[in-house]
Design a protein around this ligand. Structure first.
Ligand code: TNX
Length: 534
């Protein structure tokens, strides 16, 4: 079938024709004909085959988390929590095999169940792919991986209607459209960055953001943990980083930091939900908070005092002093286990106060230390001038030339061009928050970005996309949400969906369908004027 598959139109949600089914006691029940292709799924799945009919989700449904699934408990708890929220039913006792809830198993439906199962044959080349089959009597979510099952769960959540059907049967049920979804992502790296340095965001606020990212199948959270205005992660061998550097933020309001235990909590919370956290420590520039904490690290003649403004490019580590490399070594040693040996981002952008030879020298020294520790580095595209290699990821944000140099050295790219992907750019000149140095990014132009067109041979050279949210102008969650939503959903779709299926009107239709989720979660999204919000 061609790229525009059978998205059947015209069948309204509660179609006129009804099918006959039966409830446990034999009373005839009619299940409505629903069209899966009309569902407001975001990001848009690859393939949807609608077959008219529905699965009736009721309080007696059995739920199975298949054998050998290590993420059993997160699948269970996420599903139970979600269904409780949506239906009011506590279905925690409905899981197979039966435990101590004999009462339920006496009544339980023999004819209907929801199952999550591993199947090595299912899209074996797509490590995040999954299939969701909805039949009259069962919903089967299958994947060759546990990640795939998590993404399948998010899709299932988006399929449960907001209201039960109270007219078609004597009991309450939620009809889920019948059909098959086969789905997998376009890119392996689908990220967002949050700058917690310019303004600090609390632990619970970051976790709430992780829930949002997971719901839209995004799988990377890059945390910008240090900059001129604040140092946000406890480093035990350099305690003043957070004692002094953790106290400041833009505008001189109260800063903050995460203890290693708290940060580890964020990493684990994210990982359970399919998201990898990438910690960034920006160096050798953007380091005023570090040098204010340890003046011996100061590489400029500027006083080593805290900074509360929003300028960039004035600070630098002392690139020719050995103490700086002791610092970097200690830092990487402490952070590596916190992210289970995953990628560490070392910034490297806008080091205008570092002489260019010193900049290269510094980066090459860091690269050596990282290699020796077996750490893969990521950095802003500026790092292309150093001796980077195929273990390095360069993040393209403004100069294509640099990104091309990085590629020529074997590095791979994550794409975040500021004029297309920066969540801190205002929507329009009247936006309440945000900057405009890279232009304005209304929702439609965010969605119209074509990351696959940025570099030739992109499947080899590009890992994916990331939408960074710098926090100079935002101090708390509602302000963060105003800039991030709804554009984040456009980036989620660019990261996941087939570019050949792209259609801005259809995207906006589905966005309106998703609106109740945003409202339920209290997300203060910007009412982009081009969308017919409810
Ligand atoms: C540029 S993007 C920066 C940040 C600012 C941002 C504001 C990048 C690598 N550096 O320091 O916060 O612009 O949009």
């Amino acid at each position: 079938m061609g790229p525009h598959r059978t998205y059947r139109k015209a069948l309204s949600t509660l179609a006129a024709a009804l099918l006959l089914g039966s409830c446990g006691k034999g009373t005839p029940v009619v299940y409505p004909e629903l069209d899966l292709a009309e569902s407001a799924l975001l990001p848009k799945p690859r393939e949807v085959e609608a077959s008219l009919g529905s699965f009736g989700l009721d309080s007696l449904v059995r739920i199975e988390i298949g054998e050998g699934i290590a993420r059993d408990s997160i699948l269970r708890s996420e599903l139970t929590r979600f269904l409780q929220k949506r239906t009011g039913w506590d279905l925690s006792g409905n899981f197979i095999p039966e435990k101590n809830n004999l009462l339920f198993w006496k009544k339980a439906r023999k004819d209907r169940f929801i199952a999550f199962r591993l199947d090595a044959e299912l899209l074996p080349d797509q490590p995040e792919g999954y299939q969701l089959q909805a039949f009259k009597d069962s919903i089967l979510v299958t994947s060759s991986t546990e990640l795939g099952l998590l993404w399948g769960l998010q899709t299932l959540k988006q399929l449960v209607p907001w209201k039960s059907n109270d007219t078609l049967a004597e009991f309450r049920f939620y009809p889920i459209p019948e059909g098959v979804i086969r789905d997998y992502p376009e890119w392996g790296y689908r990220g967002m960055m949050l700058d917690v340095s310019r303004h600090f965001f609390e632990l619970e606020e970051v976790k709430a953001l992780i829930d949002q990212l997971a719901f839209y199948k995004m799988n990377r959270l890059h945390l910008h943990l240090s900059d001129d205005q604040g140092w946000r992660l406890e480093i035990r061998s350099w305690p003043k980083l957070t004692e002094i550097g953790g106290a400041s933020e833009v505008g001189k309001t109260e800063g903050g930091y995460y203890t290693q235990l708290e940060f580890r909590g964020i990493v684990e919370y994210a990982r359970e939900r399919g998201i990898t956290v990438i910690p960034e420590f920006d160096m050798p520039g953007h380091t005023q908070a570090a040098v204010a904490s340890y003046p011996e690290l100061n590489g400029t003649s500027r006083p080593a005092v805290p900074y509360y403004g929003t300028r960039v490019g004035f600070s630098s580590l002392a690139t020719r002093k050995e103490i700086t490399y002791t610092f970097v070594d200690d830092l990487l040693s402490e952070v590596k286990p916190l992210v289970d040996g995953g990628i560490i981002h070392i910034g490297g952008d806008e080091s205008a106060a570092t002489e260019s030879g010193d900049y290269r020298y510094f980066l090459n020294r860091i690269k050596g230390i990282a290699d020796q520790k077996g750490i893969g580095l990521m950095g802003w595209e500026d790092i292309a001038v150093a001796d980077i290699d195929s273990t390095t990821v360069a993040q393209y944000w403004t100069r294509k030339k640099n990104a091309e140099i990085a590629l020529s050295k074997g590095a791979r790219l994550v794409l975040s061009p500021a004029s297309r992907a920066y969540l801190d750019m205002k929507y329009t000149p009247t936006s309440r928050y945000g900057l405009n140095w890279a232009g304005y990014i209304p929702l439609d132009s965010a969605y119209s970005w074509q990351p696959e067109k940025e570099f030739p041979d992109y499947r080899k050279s590009v890992l994916g996309i990331e939408a960074p949210l710098w926090s100079e102008t935002i101090t708390q969650p509602d302000e963060m949400e105003y800039l991030a939503f709804p554009r984040l959903l456009a980036y989620a779709e660019l990261g996941w969906s087939d570019p050949g299926h792209k259609n801005v009107d259809d995207f906006k239709r589905r966005l309106v369908g998703i609106q109740p989720f945003l409202e339920e979660d209290g997300i203060d999204f910007f009412r982009s004027p081009s969308v017919n919000w409810k």
